[in-house]
Write a protein that binds this ligand. Structure first.
Ligand code: F6R
Length: 627
């Protein structure tokens, strides 16, 4: 049933899924807090709805009033909580905190949902992240007679606050110093009315205020309906928040910290997939506009690239002798493509590293190495940790992000803003291809700074790519036969060489994320060294061939597969495949972008055929902020 509210609920979008992505344990809970003259319940629910896309399994709010805390928590989508609030309207309150939880410590239940209260029900807490020493703290608190109501690590914070001396800020400082792990905490205490306190250790917190109110959330997107500017807590910082004020302190000694304001650049409207029904499709079709936007003012008709908005000068770029990309998932694939481009355009050595592996290496970084942290969200913990590792080794870092206020942006020396617009679908579309365009620009700027370039043909093809993509998206029809075969296949193999290996990896990732069909990408040359054993008539083999320089070798690889009965597909160069998808452009730089489109369309079509939850695939989350 749709749910709505006159002032805060402008549209409806699905919120059922529970998701996690990547290695290890990580969290995507959403935090929201408010103090001011508006009904806090509306602000809390309105903010939490904007955080829904991150994934969660239960939700709750705690409103602070003179007569006590009004607590409502429900397992399931936010809609369930809202229906409860509609049936039993809470008393008016101008202070509250809210939360969307993704279960870790303890199952999905009303009791385990946040906020959590202390024994006397005077203190309320919400928490994003993990408290690693929770087991020891629980034993300690229970031995002192605390009555714990949930199985969560988060509830411990409320009880620790209850015991700590001093005002709320000092108590939260003491509690944060007892809690090991990576987290964000937001709390209020009825003894200290109209005041919220927050602390950040790794998990993001954004804060904003007007003359007579204060807002806090785990992402600026949740503040957008009310604020144009916000500040971000950095790691090891605390916030003391009252209507009209946000005082920020260092966690370890409570020394005051001056913070810069950042623009809240996202729209205040609730995201709406409109006629596309799915955010994945909507964002797929938004790609041409996103490419125009990333090139705007950075690439002119004569083929010169100007990255002055990023702060990167000709002088800085000409000093670079090596480039190292750090990224995860699709962002890594864009980086792997960029390695090719760097070598080709700028003739500079380049490497792309999985951030999660790089952070533990002892790599030597010369001062002339430029490190590029590629992350659409700007919050991916592995990439953030790798960036910090690189900076500790003395590297200069460019953060290439779609969120200029994000932690990766704030901790980078230079920020390359993708300007792709908010990406709501968990699986990336426009952020990935916009990264590819941005990295083409970076490679071209490096080439120019080293007196090599410009590569006029590629740059003019890049400028033409958005219009070509629009026509392609309008005319292209995915062959049903291909969709059906992939939907029923025990597995799908993607092959490529050079830039097409990164495209094959992206095609494979998209297919497995959206449709849960097992797929794998291999370098075409690797096929006969083992993977060929997987090939039979049930396994489609999709060869990405957007760089025609490799066409002959790719044709041979495909022939090896089709000789074993495989259903062969080629994208780009014609490789005598059973099914060929031609692209309306030959320049490799632009063909890479256009070649991504049929792969994305294939993934969503196969997922639809198999009845999958496309915008929020099972087990995946949008922003992986804690390990
Ligand atoms: C795949 C996808 C992920 C992300 C990865 C890194 O569709 O979206 O693989 O690319 O989790 O995320 P960011 O780019 O935010 O660092």
């Amino acid at each position: 049933m749709p749910y709505s509210h006159p002032s805060t609920f402008m549209a409806v979008f699905p919120c059922e899924a529970v998701h996690a992505r990547g290695r290890g344990v990580f969290f995507v809970c959403g935090i929201m807090g408010y103090v001011g003259p508006r009904p806090a319940v509306e602000v809390l629910i309105g903010g939490l709805r904007r955080l829904e896309y991150r994934g969660y399994d239960s939700a709750g709010i705690a409103l602070g009033m003179a007569q006590g805390i009004h607590l409502v928590k429900r397992a399931g989508p936010l809609r369930v909580l809202w229906e409860e609030l509609e049936q039993n309207p809470p008393p008016p309150a101008g202070m509250g905190i809210g939360h969307t939880r993704w279960a870790t410590h303890g199952g999905v239940s009303d009791e385990n949902a946040h906020p959590h209260l202390d024994c006397h029900e005077r203190i309320a807490v919400v928490h994003n992240g993990i408290i690693e020493n929770a087991a020891a703290l629980r034993i300690e608190l229970e031995s002192r007679g605390h009555r714990l109501r949930s199985e969560t690590d988060s509830e411990l914070v409320a009880h620790l606050l209850e015991e700590a001396p001093g005002d709320l800020l000092h108590r939260l400082q003491a509690v944060a110093n007892r809690c090991e792990g990576a987290y964000a905490l937001l709390a209020f205490d009825l003894a200290d009315p109209n005041r919220l306190c927050a602390v950040r250790r790794t998990s993001p917190i954004a804060i904003g205020f007007t003359e007579n109110e204060v807002f806090v959330a785990s992402g600026a997107i949740a503040l957008a309906p009310w604020l144009k500017r916000c500040i971000y807590l950095d790691d090891g910082e605390m916030a003391d928040l009252r209507p009209g004020h946000a005082d920020i302190f260092r966690l370890h000694d409570l020394a005051p910290v001056q913070k810069a304001f950042h623009e809240v650049s996202v729209s205040g409207d609730l995201p709406d997939a409109g006629r596309h029904k799915l955010f994945f499709r909507k964002e797929l079709f938004e790609q041409p506009a996103a490419w125009r936007s990333v090139m705007q003012g950075r690439l002119d008709e004569a083929g010169s690239v100007d990255l002055s908005d990023t702060g990167l000068t000709h002088e800085t770029l000409s000093a670079v002798q090596r480039v190292l990309f750090l990224a995860m998932g699709s962002s890594l694939h864009a980086s792997q493509m960029a390695v090719e481009r760097l070598q080709q355009f700028a003739q500079l050595p380049a490497e792309a590293h999985l951030s999660s592996e790089f952070r533990d290496t002892r790599t030597f970084l010369e001062p002339s190495t430029l490190v590029v942290a590629v992350s659409q969200s700007g919050e991916t913990i592995d990439t953030l940790a790798a960036l910090r590792h690189a900076r500790a080794l003395g590297a200069t870092v460019v953060g290439l992000v779609n969120a200029p206020g994000s932690t990766i942006a704030r901790e980078s020396d230079y920020v390359f803003d993708l300007r792709a617009g908010a990406e709501i679908s968990v699986a990336s579309t426009k952020a990935f291809t916009t990264q590819a365009v941005a990295l083409d620009l970076l490679a071209s700027a490096l080439a120019a700074a080293h007196g090599r370039g410009p590569n006029i043909e590629s740059l003019s093809a890049l400028r033409a790519a958005p219009t070509i993509a629009e026509d392609f998206l309008e005319e292209f029809r995915l062959p049903n036969d291909l969709v059906e075969r992939c939907a029923q296949a025990p597995g799908v193999i993607f092959l490529g060489r050079g830039q097409d290996l990164s495209l094959a990896r992206e095609g494979s990732l998209k297919l497995k994320e959206l449709s849960y069909v097992w797929s794998e990408a291999f370098a075409a040359g690797e096929l006969k060294h083992g993977p060929l054993a997987l090939v039979d008539a049930t396994v489609p083999v999709i060869v990405c061939a957007t760089d025609s320089r490799h066409a002959v070798k790719l044709r041979n690889s495909l022939a090896e597969a089709t000789a074993r009965g495989a259903y062969g597909v080629s994208i780009g160069a014609d490789l005598n495949a059973t099914m060929h998808i031609a692209l309306p452009i030959h320049d490799a730089t632009a063909a890479y972008l256009i070649g991504t489109l049929p792969l994305q369309l294939l993934a969503v079509a196969v997922a639809e055929t198999r009845g999958c939850t496309i915008d929020q695939p099972r087990n995946l989350a949008k922003s992986v902020t804690v390990e």
